[in-house]
Design a protein around this ligand. Structure first.
Ligand SMILES: Nc1ncnc2c1ncn2[C@@H]1O[C@H](COP(=O)(O)OP(=O)(O)O)[C@@H](O)[C@H]1O
Ligand SMILES: [Mg+2]
Length: 298
């Protein structure tokens, strides 16, 4: 029997345009990306480089303007929003920097919410949510409200909510952005545990140190993928490491210094073209330039 291994994610020439008329901006610029089941991918790049847009497209929160997207064997780029919502609910767990917990619900009810959308009975969803809260180490906070939790506890609750459905794909957009290094390590260790159970994880980070947890690092600039590196678990990725050593003695602005250095390192390594950070096109020019770019890449 021929066994075909199907990637979990396959993006082909995916572009995303925001805005109309004179004020369009190209947030994603002909992205090609294949992610296999079980990968643990870090996404790095300066602010505004399209990381969140890419996560939102991959997680079906947003649609590509151009290009194809196959998620778990299904073509999903042109789905209607209710169809996309259904696949998202069954396949993707999102973890945001801002947690997105509902303040008027206690932690247990927040975590149980995705199960309510799927029609589980109240006793079943309370049981599952409670078990998930134990796994992330905050069972003792079940009946607390979000305003009563620390940053790390909030993030653990948000992770519990993202995982309670047992989604194949976990997308974390700067999950450690608001946390200190101890908090960040706890979150990353939790994600590692989940990864070891066979889930696929994509996470956005500005911190080179956190690439230790990843098996692969994708670097973005100006809406394009400008670097893609396989890296052993436990090691800081090579390109990210250059950045880390050079910012070792800086303190407050580590992230920002690191990001600009990252871009230098990338442009030395990969000869990316320098473009304006934000581009304004007229719609018809944009379409033309997308076609030209596609042709020149073939
Ligand atoms: N909803 C939106 N409307 C208009 N422009 C947007 C929107 N979301 C993102 N953008 C633009 O797309 C580009 C990429 O943004 P984003 O994906 O948030 O980058 P990152 O997450 O890397 O900081 C930026 O220029 C941003 O201003
Ligand atoms: Mg972002």
């Amino acid at each position: 029997m021929l066994l075909v291994i199907m990637p979990l994610i396959k993006l082909e020439n995916v572009s995303k345009v925001f805005g109309f008329g004179d004020a369009t901006s190209l947030a994603l610029d002909s992205i090609n990306l294949v992610v296999q089941k079980g990968e643990f991918v870090a996404v790095m790049g300066p602010s505004g480089s399209g990381k969140s847009t890419l996560m939102n497209v991959i997680g079906l929160l947003d649609k590509p303007s151009y290009g194809n997207y196959v998620l778990d064997g299904k073509s999903v780029a042109r789905l209607r929003s209710n169809q996309a919502a259904k696949i998202r609910r069954d396949t993707v767990g999102f973890i945001f920097q801002s947690f997105n917990l509902l303040n008027r619900l206690n932690v247990l009810d927040n975590v149980a919410l995705p199960l309510a959308y799927r029609g589980f009975s109240i006793s079943k969803r309370t049981k599952l949510a409670s078990a998930m809260l134990s796994r992330v180490g905050i069972a003792h906070r079940e009946y607390f409200y979000p305003s009563q939790l620390s940053g790390g506890q909030l993030q653990s609750a948000a992770i519990a909510r993202a995982l309670v459905n047992n989604p194949k794909l976990i997308i974390a957009d700067e999950p450690t952005g608001n946390l200190d290094s101890v908090g960040s390590r706890l979150i990353m260790e939790l994600l590692t545990e989940i990864h070891q159970m066979g889930n696929t994880i994509l996470f956005v980070t500005h911190n080179p140190e956190l690439t230790r947890y990843a098996s692969r690092v994708v670097y973005m600039h100006d809406g394009a993928i400008v670097g893609d590196e396989t890296t052993p678990y436990g090691d800081v990725a090579k390109i990210a490491r250059k950045v880390m050593y050079n910012t070792l003695h800086k303190t407050d602005d580590d992230d920002y210094a690191g990001v600009s250095l990252l871009m230098h390192t990338l442009s030395d390594n990969l000869m990316i073209k320098k473009k304006d950070k934000k581009r304004n096109h007229k719609n018809n020019h944009l379409k033309k330039s997308l076609k030209v770019k596609k042709r020149s890449k073939q």
